[in-house]
Design a binder for this molecule. Structure first.
Ligand code: FDA
Length: 394
């Protein structure tokens, strides 16, 4: 029988951070993960360069059915605190855009930093260690694990969400939450590409697969994001699409302004005066790629010399491109989603300590909670902040 002060289940972003924060307070910490490697998502993140935080982190960058919950932890461990640790470890980084901080080299710099902090604080990390069952006892918790029975005073659940099962994701955290009487809000894939099955649109997406439109305004359910979109074989992706996917529910219409920087109606009217013999396809080829202009004219608008259009026809073309409305068939799901929306209901968790209000000594941190960030380093900042909060008390 192993006896320890704290057990953290899940050696991902939040689990690693919480483990060394608690150990630095003098707590004896055992960190368990069923995977053969710690921090697999950190390694995969940010295209291999880990977008580890965002300079402009605000509570408004997070979705939750309890929108105030994240404020306290985010205020007590900020992006500046994490940047300080990154700098202290000499990890080179840069701002890519919109406050998004990435490693100059590789994501493994961040993972190595966290593992180094764990080693320095004396965290006992055990990989390839499944947890079979958990029971509550008067003085804490008894776990049956791959390394035998473990007793602890505090138990921290940092098992993340359901996204990308091949990286170790499991529903274990939700199962434990339910076991101890917690409400788990319905989960769904977030920051995920859309699939399109409508035949004409599907053809356009497939033909343009790999092409992006640099500046689009994508809106749904009162939220808008202005970034690029990317056509894929299955539908649409790119930052603006991933962002809006977290606000989309099946059946909802997505509005895409393909040219938010241009008053297309006015531009087409001017072009008609100046270049009446120019074909619509040629003009659209000046604001999109020639291939995209060709496809739009093949499927949406017949291309003729501009002088042959009456003003209302040009206005209708401008309108369609400024407010392209589509209903995605669905999303690519957990297979490719960056995050899981929903999860452990934060109304039953302390926003100060992350401790369960149902079972003393039980803590939930990171993505397993119903707190989901926008794209851009916010999800890691939530992992660091919630883990730090629990690490102060567990
Ligand atoms: P995380 O998923 O990191 O860790 C959970 C750990 O628990 C894993 O190690 C897992 O093996 C373990 N576990 C699960 N079930 C278990 C069980 N039953 N027993 C034991 N262990 C168990 N965010 C961001 O801010 N910037 C970025 O650049 C990216 N990029 C990115 C790319 C990709 C491909 C994905 C999938 C995700 C991102 N994200 C991101 C999101 C980010 O990775 C995510 O929000 C955090 O990793 C969540 O941290 P957690 O520690 O909560 O879970």
């Amino acid at each position: 029988m192993v006896q320890t002060d704290v057990v953290v289940i899940g050696a991902g972003a939040a689990g690693l951070m919480c483990a060394f924060t608690a150990a630095a307070r003098g707590r004896q910490v055992l960190l368990l993960d069923h995977a053969n490697k710690a921090g697999k998502k950190i390694l995969m993140s940010g295209g291999g360069r880990c977008n580890f935080t965002n300079l402009y982190t605000e509570p408004s960058n997070f979705l939750s059915s309890n929108s105030h919950f994240c404020k306290s932890a985010l205020a007590r461990y900020t992006q500046w605190d994490f940047i300080e640790m990154v700098s202290r470890h000499g990890v080179p980084y840069h701002e890519k855009k919109l406050g998004q901080l990435f490693c100059d080299n590789k994501s493994s710099d961040i993972l190595e930093m966290l593992l180094d902090e764990c080693a320095q604080a004396g965290v006992d990390l055990r990989l390839d260690t499944p947890v079979e069952s958990i029971e509550k006892h008067e003085e804490g918790y008894l776990l049956h694990t791959g390394i035998g029975s473990v007793r602890c005073q505090s138990l921290v659940i940092a098992t993340g969400g359901l996204s990308i099962p091949t990286l170790g994701a499991s529903g274990f955290g939700y199962q434990i939450a339910r076991q101890f009487g917690h409400n788990v809000l319905p989960t769904r894939a977030g920051l995920v590409p859309f699939t399109i099955t409508e035949p004409q649109l599907k053809t356009i997406c497939t033909e343009l697969s790999g092409t992006s439109v640099e500046d689009c305004l994508v809106s749904c359910n009162g939220q808008s994001f202005r970034e690029n979109i990317l056509f894929t074989h299955r539908g649409l992706s790119g930052p603006a699409i991933l962002q809006i996917s977290s606000y989309w529910q099946p059946g909802d219409v997505v509005h895409i302004n393909l040219l938010p920087h241009l008053d297309l109606g006015e531009w087409l009217a001017t072009q008609k005066q100046e270049r009446p013999n120019a074909e619509l396809k040629t003009l659209l080829g000046e604001v999109f790629t020639r291939k995209m202009a060709g496809l739009l004219c093949e499927h949406w608008f017949a291309s003729r010399p501009l002088k042959q259009y009456v003003p209302s026809e040009l206005e209708a073309i401008a309108e369609k491109l400024a407010d392209w409305q589509l209903v995605p068939a669905g999303t690519e799901g957990y297979r490719t989603a960056e995050v899981t929306l929903g999860g452990v209901d934060t109304r039953e968790v302390s926003s100060k300590t992350m401790e369960s209000q149902k079972s003393a000594g039980l803590y939930f941190i990171g993505e397993v909670l119903d707190v989901t960030g926008h794209l851009g380093g916010f999800n890691f900042q939530w992992a660091w902040a919630s883990a730090y909060a629990a690490g102060q008390f567990a």
